[in-house]
Design a protein around this ligand. Structure first.
Ligand code: DGL
Length: 268
């Protein structure tokens, strides 16, 4: 059977993951849900995030997706176990790429930028225990950063200032690898690479999640048709579809490496 993949996030962040999956499998059918009516997840309670995640995944299961990718660190942290209990299809989650950041660091000092929800969550604490006992880890909550990205603001004075302030002390401490612990921040890679000193590693998890998705689909017996023509990622917003389109337009204008996509308009 041919695979069809559902991906969700609170907004445009998970499109960094959709782009990576599309790069691996351009003809794969991908349906993307931006839960913009409930954005941002980062400041919501774990209970609210579980409730939203279940509602969104239920919709993707109803649309007969073969697997779902939770392209959101905050939702994975709060809801991944619950989603796997609730649904029988494979669910791929994600976590901040702390391990690869530690591996790439020469000083052993690394920073993780994430939403307040992810920074508070047990998943990151467990990750630190497992993979970073010998490293010095700065976990930095960024309460408003995803909001700027969700508005399409991925360059300019405000984002630069926010990132410079957050990273000033870690850099002074010798941090030489930054893990992007929120999928929205993937769109900030150009600005980060510009403001950070040369030689710093900026690590995101999108490609690792794409590889994991391939593995999970093949393991479940699905075919990943490599021969068909490239497909657009079909995007849905639970909030305003026009606002999602505007943000995507701003990302595109800023040079973001988006997959080919179209935003579905609700039938009025
Ligand atoms: N993109 C989400 C993540 O990876 C969070 C953005 C939000 O706060 O909704 O954590």
């Amino acid at each position: 059977m041919l695979a069809r993949v559902g991906i969700f996030d609170s907004g445009v962040g998970g499109l960094t993951v959709a782009a990576a999956i599309h790069r691996h499998h351009p003809s794969l059918e991908i349906r993307y849900v931006a839960d913009t009516a409930f954005f941002p997840y980062g400041s919501r309670s774990p209970e609210e995030i579980v409730e939203r995640s279940i509602a969104v995944v239920a919709g993707l299961v109803e649309a007969e997706m073969s697997a779902v990718v939770v392209a959101c660190n905050t939702a994975s942290s709060a809801a991944l176990e619950r989603l796997r209990e609730e649904f029988s299809i494979p669910i791929v989650g994600m976590e901040p790429p702390l391990k690869p950041a530690v591996e790439r660091s020469r000083t052993g000092h690394v920073a993780v930028l994430a939403t307040p929800g992810t920074v508070r969550g047990e998943r990151l604490a467990r990750l630190q225990e497992r993979h970073a006992t010998d490293a010095r880890v700065w976990t930095i909550p960024m309460p408003d950063l995803a909001d700027l990205v969700e508005a399409g603001e991925v360059e300019g004075a405000r984002v630069e200032q926010m990132l410079r302030e957050a990273l000033e002390a870690p850099l002074a401490d010798g941090v030489d690898a930054v893990a992007l612990g929120c999928t929205h921040y993937g769109w900030l890679r150009p600005v980060l690479e510009r403001i950070l000193p040369a030689g710093m590693a900026v690590v995101d998890a999108a490609d690792a999640v794409a590889r994991r998705t391939t593995f999970v689909l093949q393991e479940a017996g699905y075919a990943l048709d490599g021969s068909g023509p490239p497909r657009e990622v079909l995007c849905y917003a639970t909030g305003d579809a026009a606002a999602l389109e505007r943000t995507i337009g701003r990302l595109r204008d800023a040079g973001a490496d988006l997959p080919p996509l179209s935003v579905a308009r609700p039938v009025a």
